[in-house]
Design a protein around this ligand. Structure first.
Ligand code: AMP
Ligand code: ZN
Length: 433
């Protein structure tokens, strides 16, 4: 079994928890001193840094949510002087305030460590050639994967996303052994290879590290059998650091959380109460080493359960179950976060349409496709076809640029979308993830 950092990954739990407590106290102290909005939230609950004396005391601290990120955009949660920041990344999607990630030099180093650890856990070594096909740019995937692969000492191929034919050529010509991308794109690349009539035996690919969107065990089986590789799950998010927060090991029975950098809790998404060991609920994460943008009790909205039993791989770090659902209505479409509320606010700026719409998500040829059905008002609907087409064009343009992904728009007759007595059913997700 290969480990990147044997000392940390196999650390006895007692020692690990001592390390977590020390780092937790430091983090709480830091945010209380340097981040006014944290101080205000803590004061409101009447909790002081010195009240945190054991890991269980975490539950006294206030939660942090995506809204806090938006309200404090871009620098409000910064816990170091701006001159110590060496990198800015942010979430996908262009509507509303993006979720920002700021890093000091140490933050970047720690993140690269997490990814080097994750890639090692997924079978990579110094001898690997790693094709990073997550997007380079503001999205955390590309540069995160890149720095991690370099730290590992592997040869990194910064392919970034898109141009599938070129991805295949690169993979072939440079003898790529590990691929990092979204799971759905892994299948798209495979199909391209088939379409080009290339022979799988000419490729050296052995494993893939896939994440940034939910994918099921069935999807894993499909990728593994088509590609004849080992497919590993990697999890993370902009608010925490990017990818590398948790990753599969060779046993693929839960993702090991980098517990020297993060503490996980599971809460009831409705009441916010911490649930007993082993319960299924919303994952809440506290960072332990982040300097620039520490997060205390961040509500990820991702649903999972935690398993603290030691794994057969020898790692002592807790495992989270594969993440398949969320406690909010965020959709991830080709790696981009889409909230129905974003669609709504764009639609409502366009005259002639009713605020009645539905998002239909499908997976065709392994690529997610979003269709937005929009009801138009009676007088528009009975108008000439040309006007309807114009309106459809306008909506498509607005949604494409506002959401940052290509959307298919379909105008439908007034009253044709089913009304609900309770919450409107805005999403029909046919992907069966
Ligand atoms: P972003 O900040 O844009 O990278 O999006 C982060 C979100 O993507 C997470 O909160 C999850 O909902 C989702 N996500 C990332 N990686 C995974 C994964 N391996 N499995 C399931 N969902 C994932
Ligand atoms: Zn393991």
């Amino acid at each position: 079994m290969n480990y990147w950092d044997r000392e940390k990954e196999l650390m006895p739990r007692e020692e690990l928890e001592k390390l977590q407590l020390r780092r937790l106290k430091e983090t709480v102290n830091r945010v209380y001193t340097f981040v006014p909005s944290y101080r205000a939230k803590m004061d409101e609950l009447g909790v002081k840094p010195q009240d945190i004396n054991c890991l269980a005391d975490l539950k006294y601290l206030p939660f942090l949510t995506k809204k806090d990120f938006r309200d404090n955009y871009p620098f409000g949660l910064l816990a170091v002087p701006m001159r110590d920041v060496v990198r800015i990344q942010s979430s996908s999607g262009t509507t509303g305030k993006p979720t920002v990630a700021l890093y000091t030099k140490n933050d970047i180093d720690n993140w690269a460590e997490m990814i080097a650890r994750a890639m090692t856990s997924a079978g990579a070594t110094r001898d690997s050639v790693i094709q990073v096909t997550w997007g380079y740019g503001l999205f955390t995937g590309g540069l995160g994967g890149h720095y991690g692969a370099e730290k590992l000492g592997a040869a990194v191929l910064p392919a970034s996303g898109g141009n599938t034919k070129r991805q295949v050529t690169l993979m072939h010509d440079y003898g790529v052994t590990m691929l990092g991308c979204t799971p759905s794109y892994a299948l798209v690349i495979y199909e391209e290879l088939m379409k080009l009539g290339m022979d799988r035996s000419e490729f050296k690919l052995k494993s893939g590290i896939f994440g940034a969107e939910p994918w099921s065990e069935n999807m894993r089986k499909e990728i593994e059998s088509k590609w004849e590789i080992d497919a590993y799950d990697i999890y993370g998010m902009t608010e925490l650091v990017g990818p590398g927060v948790a990753v599969d090991c060779a046993y693929k029975n839960g993702l090991h959380l980098a517990e020297d950098h993060f503490i996980a809790e599971i809460i009831d998404p409705d009441t916010g109460e911490v649930l007993p060991e082993g319960s299924h609920g919303e994952l809440v994460i506290t960072s332990l080493t982040k300097e620039a943008y520490p997060v205390i009790r961040y509500r990820t909205r991702d649903l999972t359960r935690i398993n603290r039993e030691q794994c057969d791989c020898g790692r002592t770090h807790a495992r989270i179950e594969k993440i398949l659902g969320r406690s909010d209505d965020m959709l991830i479409i080709r790696g981009v976060n889409v909230f129905p509320s974003m669609v709504e606010s764009i639609l409502l700026q366009i005259p002639g349409i009713e605020p009645v719409y539905q998002l239909i998500v499908e997976r065709r040829n392994n690529l997610d496709r979003l269709e937005v059905q929009v009801e138009v008002s009676e007088n528009v609907f009975s108008d000439e076809v040309k006007r309807l087409e114009e309106l459809e064009g306008t909506i498509t343009r607005e949604l494409n640029s506002g959401l940052g992904i290509a959307v298919k728009v379909r105008l439908v007759e007034p009253s044709s979308i089913e009304r609900s007595e309770g919450k409107a059913k805005r999403i029909i997700d046919k992907r069966n993830i």
